[in-house]
Design a protein around this ligand. Structure first.
Ligand code: MTE
Ligand code: MO
Length: 336
């Protein structure tokens, strides 16, 4: 039996600070500290008044996507899905604001149509994908995946999309291709947080990466839809990565570039705080975040995050049988 006494544990801020604050990644960002500034994040910024007004104008609206041509996946027994309205109003997309409701409020700035995605780097056949052509032609498939944010909340979502490996294979990677680097659109007109402190002071564009064997794993997915409809802006329209065994920040949104590279590419949250966010970021209940435990999570269902029941976090977010072999012989404490 596992008995956790608080004294045997390193002292965590959870004993002193409300959960919403201590699991707040914004606290490490430039211009923010513990206390009032952290709580009133966007208001505490000396932001341009006009832009701030724009941001507060609209209340978070539930997104309306266009129906996609996809056969629904079987609903797995015993897994409750996060409702569409929760999945589209509780988001992390800092380029559209750092509060959970900001991305839904500000998604109207993002114009996902038309959209091109470049696939290149260490490949024999680089190409530019017309994303809407791909969406319209299909075939698309639906996958129901768990999503576990590093902030210790989780969802279960039905994504529509294509396998990442299938797309990468079309570019014919050469023998120097060891990693895959992903990049979000850079356009402060469409992603206003990129041009002001409302984006948390992060250096944009948001970048992410995978080792090539991770990227080629059959579970790695490029989503173009949610609940059988086109992806809302706040969820990363029109195309975003979904890597279900890793913390949510690996699942980069609104991507314009996929580049095969030789060296491990830089990744946004690792650049910001390398002691808190590693390159691998595999969901691991045994390796705590320096500021909070990763042993359990709040599942966002009908009731939203407040009052949501805690449930144990699963190794590799429940996908260990499929992916554990990718990390054989690696010390997952070191390679967090
Ligand atoms: N470009 C970009 N991609 C991003 C983020 C972001 O801020 N910018 N946030 C990440 C984080 S922390 C999470 S948990 C997921 C959230 O996806 P969702 O809002 O669709 O649930 O998106 C990830 N992708
Ligand atoms: Mo996240």
């Amino acid at each position: 039996m596992l008995i956790k006494s608080s004294s045997s544990h390193h002292p965590t801020e959870s004993d002193l600070t409300p959960e919403a604050v201590y699991q707040d990644r914004r606290l490490i960002l430039k211009g923010l500290g513990l206390g009032a500034a952290g709580l009133g994040a966007s208001l505490a910024f000396p932001a341009q008044a006009s832009l701030l007004d724009l941001f507060k104008e609209k209340t978070p609206a539930v997104a309306e996507g266009k129906p996609l041509n996809v056969t629904p996946a079987a609903r797995p027994e015993g897994l409750v899905l996060t409702p569409y309205d929760k999945a589209t109003t509780h988001n992390n997309f800092y380029e559209l604001g750092t509060d959970k409701g900001d991305p839904a409020r500000n998604a109207h700035y993002l114009k996902p149509e038309p959209w091109t995605l470049k696939v290149g780097g260490e490949v024999d056949k680089p190409f530019t994908l017309d994303v809407w052509d791909m969406i319209n032609k299909g075939p698309l498939e639906e996958r129901i995946y768990r999503l576990r944010c590093v902030e210790a909340w989780s969802m279960v979502l039905p994504w529509t999309g294509i396998s990442l490996a299938d797309l990468i294979k079309q570019a014919a990677p050469n023998s120097r291709a060891k990693f895959v680097a992903f990049e979000t659109l850079y356009d402060p007109q469409q992603l206003p947080g990129q041009g002001s402190s409302l984006g948390g002071g992060i250096d944009y564009p948001y970048v992410e990466g995978l080792r090539i064997d991770e990227a080629m794993h059959p579970l790695a997915f490029l989503a173009v839809g949610l609940y059988g409809k086109t992806l809302p802006g706040q969820n990363g329209a029109p195309i975003r990565l979904v890597v279900p065994w890793k913390y949510g920040f690996k699942s980069i949104k609104s991507i314009v570039s996929i580049k095969l590279v030789e060296e491990m590419p830089p990744t946004t949250w690792n650049l910001l705080a390398s002691n808190e966010y590693g390159f691998y970021a595999n969901v691991n209940p045994q390796v705590d975040h320096p500021r909070w435990s990763q042993a359990s999570e709040r599942f966002i269902g009908e009731g939203g995050i407040f009052g949501a029941k805690r449930q144990p976090t699963l190794m590799f977010n429940g996908y260990g049988e499929e992916v554990a072999n990718l990390y054989q012989g690696m010390d997952l404490r070191k390679w967090y």
